[in-house]
Design a protein around this ligand. Structure first.
Ligand SMILES: Nc1ncnc2c1ncn2[C@@H]1O[C@H](COP(=O)(O)OP(=O)(O)OP(=O)(O)O)[C@@H](O)[C@H]1O
Ligand SMILES: [Mg+2]
Length: 359
């Protein structure tokens, strides 16, 4: 399996806003056997990136490599890549077997080889029972698996997925997510996977690439993206509910710097001290409802309580703004009550209020 590399790739579409390219100069490597997830809001350039790797779009600048080969001007059919789209685009008049075999027949492979290959893939994907059926007689999940099977029979160098699960209902989606994770562990195929679903990104990726406005915001393993978001955008994009962000001003004194916001203040770590205005971030699960030694108190009033089953979300109004905390304690506080939450210093994030970069 090959590595994929984008080197200084940019994309301006004809007729697109010249000041807002679909993709700004981007460099990215995907290592052999790795599953990299491209994630970001609608219009951020995910499909554009994928289509450039596939050869369906030509980059305006930069080079694309698969393995050692520069494929920038190589047509899609000669890149040895398989793409699975959101719309499965199965051939409706062909049986599942035919759908799986078609690409191999086009390559004039022998019947015996085709039978063996289709058989293997059907077994891997649990499609053996369905081989004689037409796509319309399949469930959404089965159709999805046929679409994946069609990519797998060809044994391509690289798999590209563009939101392959977004047509499925929530239950099937989570089933297929596990299925893809299992398949990837088994095959160790090199995959570039596009989604705007953060759960899919967190659970499937070896590494996540977060895109916004045609620019890479952060690249890293899922835990790193969650624990150390590079900027305010990434902090807000991962995690439901989003990270709480409170504005604070840095005051420099004899004993070091203090971050002071409305109704709270805390000693600012050295890395934060040079900034003037900051955002202090903490995730809903990083606040405690009982006093902790060294923790920072923030007082507020519970405006809304949402019981989600195993946990409760408390939405508070504080002097510093709205914030949300997550607790397992259903009896924690009622709507309208005043509450003090305690912020763990070790679990705070600091962002520069102007550049929005992590400090
Ligand atoms: N063929 C095209 N011509 C002109 N502009 C395009 C074309 N395709 C995409 N764009 C623009 O380029 C930007 C990036 O589009 P892209 O399809 O890569 O986004 P995306 O991240 O895949 O979004 P989504 O999650 O909605 O699929 C968008 O602003 C889009 O409108
Ligand atoms: Mg897209």
């Amino acid at each position: 399996m090959s590595d994929v590399a984008l080197v200084g790739v940019a994309k301006h579409y004809d007729g697109g806003d010249p000041d807002k390219p679909a993709l700004k100069r981007t460099s990215l490597s995907i290592y052999s056997g790795e599953l990299v997830v491209l994630v970001g809001p609608s219009g951020c350039g995910k499909s554009t990136t994928l289509r450039i790797v596939a050869g369906l779009e030509e980059p305006t600048a930069g080079r694309v490599y698969i393995g050692d080969a520069d494929v920038t001007s190589v047509p899609p059919a000669r890149r040895d890549i398989a793409m699975v789209f959101q719309s499965y685009a199965l051939y409706p008049h062909m049986s599942v077997y035919k759908n799986l075999a078609f690409a191999l027949e086009l390559r004039k492979m022998s019947k015996a080889v085709i039978e063996r290959r289709v058989g293997e893939v059907a077994r891997t994907l649990g499609l053996e029972e369905c081989l004689s059926r037409k796509p319309k007689a399949l469930s959404g999940g089965q159709r999805q698996r046929v679409a994946m099977g069609r990519a797998m029979v060809r044994d391509p160098k690289v798999f590209l997925f563009d939101e392959p699960l977004s047509n499925l209902d929530a239950l099937l989606r989570s089933e297929m997510r596990k299925e893809i994770a299992r398949l990837h562990r088994q095959t160790r195929a090199t995959c570039l996977y596009v989604t705007h679903d953060q759960v899919e990104a967190m659970t499937l990726a070896d590494r996540i690439v977060v895109l916004d406005g045609g620019r890479i915001q952060q690249v890293g393993p899922p835990a790193e993206i969650y624990d150390k978001p590079a900027n305010r955008f990434v902090a807000g994009f991962f995690g439901t509910p989003s990270m709480n962000l409170l504005s604070a001003a840095i005051e420099r004194g004899e004993d070091g710097a203090l971050a002071r916001g409305s109704g709270f203040s805390l000693a600012a770590p050295a890395a934060v001290a040079p900034a003037n205005e900051v955002l202090v971030g903490f995730r809903p699960e990083a606040a405690r409802l009982r006093e902790q030694p060294g923790a920072v108190p923030v007082r507020g009033r519970v405006e809304l309580r949402e019981v989600l089953g195993s946990e409760v979300l408390l939405h508070l109004r504080c002097d510093a703004g709205p914030l949300t905390v997550r607790t397992a304690d259903r009896a924690a506080a009622g709507e309208g009550e005043n509450l003090t939450v305690w912020l763990d210093r070790d679990r705070l994030h600091f962002f520069d209020a102007h550049s929005e970069a992590r400090l």
